[in-house]
Design a protein around this ligand. Structure first.
Ligand code: DGL
Length: 263
């Protein structure tokens, strides 16, 4: 039993899509969400830079007394999760990877699309996962150009956001795919637009939020560090980008909780 908080980290707002699943599945756990904000977006940056940002973030969360860290960011996971685990070897660190495996395993057309950042799609980790699970399946890789910025600027409900999604997703919906994997935690915020562009085609949207929450639950039990059932959880928000950004994170989190179907 351990009532210390779990740290959740992302380049910015995206990890809130994971945070929501954690809150749902683990209502007794206290969560500290750290949205970098200062260095976002990570997607076009070098591996070295992203690794340095991730170390700064995890150090901060460790100073806050977390018992576990969830890297709620595919890009930071591909760049840094190995080094983070080596450095904090006595603390569970959960990473996030595009859900290529379940998508390939359930694809009927043997053709799927993965939407993610430039960094994630060109990383060794992504290539290794694709090689391992995508045998006989065509994996179309697409960068969600402009998606992260739209979510960071709270413009995900706009006509502009729909146009951006149409530009990126429109050209692939009739290419024989039956799954679109959201390989960036910002992208679930654009799901309503993705659904609109898909229309009545038989294409599923797959993301990793729920699976990660289940993995966290499993680890809490395995390490015997779950919070007591009667723990009164605290939910805090941190950022490297200053108070205004931090407050926006908090408001977005409240909004996500209030409306169950925004993601
Ligand atoms: N949310 C992040 C991810 O899951 C990264 C977005 C970015 O900063 O480019 O990949």
């Amino acid at each position: 039993m351990n009532n210390a908080p779990i740290g959740v980290y992302d380049s910015g707002f995206g990890g809130l899509s994971v945070w929501r699943e954690l809150r749902r599945l683990l209502p007794s756990e206290s969560l500290i969400y750290l949205g970098d904000g200062k260095n976002c977006p990570y997607g076009g940056r070098s591996r070295e830079d992203i690794e340095a940002f991730a170390f700064e973030a995890v150090e901060r969360l460790v100073r806050e007394g977390v018992k576990m860290v969830v890297v709620g960011c595919n890009t930071a996971t591909t760049a840094a999760v190995g080094a983070l685990r080596e450095h904090w070897s006595d603390m569970p660190i959960v990473g996030l990877e595009p859900a290529v495996k379940p998508a390939c395993q359930t694809s009927r057309t043997r053709r799927i699309a993965v939407l993610a950042t430039q960094h994630s799609l060109s990383s060794d980790m992504f290539l290794a996962t694709a090689m391992r699970y995508a045998e006989g399946v065509d994996v179309v890789k697409i960068v969600g150009e402009g998606f992260v910025e739209l979510v960071e600027e709270d413009r995900e409900g706009s006509a502009e956001a729909l146009a951006a999604v149409r530009r990126v997703v429109g050209p692939i919906v009739d290419s024989g795919i039956d799954k679109i994997v959201l390989g960036c935690t910002h992208y679930p915020f654009l799901k309503p637009h993705i659904r609109e562009v898909i229309g009545d085609r038989d294409i599923d949207i797959v993301d990793s939020g729920e699976a990660v929450a289940r993995r966290v639950k499993w680890l809490l039990e395995r390490y015997d560090i779950a919070a007591a059932e009667d723990n009164a959880p605290r939910h805090r928000f941190l950022s490297f980008a200053g108070e205004e950004y931090r407050r926006r994170l908090e408001l977005k989190a409240e909004k996500i909780l209030a409306s169950d179907d925004t993601l």
